[in-house]
Design a protein around this ligand. Sequence first.
Ligand code: NAD
Length: 331
Amino acid sequence: MKLLVTGGAGFIGSHFIKYMLKNHKNYKIVNLDLLTYAGNLETLKDIENDENYSFMQGDIADEKLINDLFEAERFDIVINFAAESHVDRSLTNPGLFLKTNVLGTQILLDAARRHKISRYHQVSTDEVYGDLPLDKLDLFFSESTPLNPSSPYAASKAAADMLVSAYYRTYQMPVTISRCSNNYGSYQFPEKFIPLTIIHALSNRPIPIYGNGLNVRDWLYVEDHCSAIDRILHRGKPGEVYNVGGHNEKSNIELAMFILNELGKEESLLSYRQDRLGHDLRYAIDSCKIQKNVGWMPRCPFECGLRKTIKWYVENETWWKNVLLRDDPNR
Ligand SMILES: NC(=O)c1ccc[n+]([C@@H]2O[C@H](COP(=O)([O-])OP(=O)(O)OC[C@H]3O[C@@H](n4cnc5c(N)ncnc54)[C@H](O)[C@@H]3O)[C@@H](O)[C@H]2O)c1
């Protein structure tokens, strides 16, 4: 079985490649990644010589490159992680998000269709559903919740999901989509909330909190997301969407306080900022369908996963310092 994983030098894609190499010894994986600011080959050091793994630098929106790659490699399965993934960056440069997240997806879909691959999997996000009110805790996103994205990032992911579904309906392509809640774990770029909070706390720098900090996110340990995608590839039904979540709803302030307590730091480090434009209030995922139909369950309890993550950032200062320097050499 030969897999194309796009965006495999990023946070979740790199975990997924390691997970698949460990759990499927007979799979060959090609990792195609543009190595934007979020992609990092340091993250893949421990597998770079694995005979079942190879890396290629390239853009999913480069049609010729994609066509040549599919012609040369004859993939069985495509898993598309490649994306511009940070909401704040989408507020200042929406065009880049459309190019990578929408056009890139269409180019991959066309190549996958031409080569009659047996499965195309799109890694999507719960952000395509928009948000839920803070005071109705019995409301959750299900797979039939209408798409109602708030940010250019979420809109680009929703557009890509619609394309993927249209390729199923129009061409009967064997596609699946997963919509996952917020992930956390090692090797996450330090612009995202959990690593940013840990790193700022470690360096005694102010920790930015948008608005009043009461916005709620549903958190999932990254390896649980990887196992969900693995299950969907093997047991999921073509044409279906699967929500993936951990039922770990936490407000930003709760999460920041947990991290401060773990690191023995003062609450005075919290620094309240003007709210993010269009900031979603609450995300909460109903993942009954994947549990019932595909047999997936999250394994990592939230506090245990978060402690492991904090420990990893404490012990891997060189990784995150290099990442930050690469992003901004004047730092
Ligand atoms: N992080 C989360 O909490 C979360 C939750 C749900 C879904 N997702 C989705 O999972 C996927 C991966 O997210 P992540 O957090 O690992 O993101 P990330 O930003 O850490 O990684 C994205 C990777 O894609 C690569 N990339 C960007 N543009 C590319 C292009 N044009 N061609 C090829 N490669 C390109 C980058 O170099 C990087 O390695 C995304 O599609 C995201 O929407 C993320």
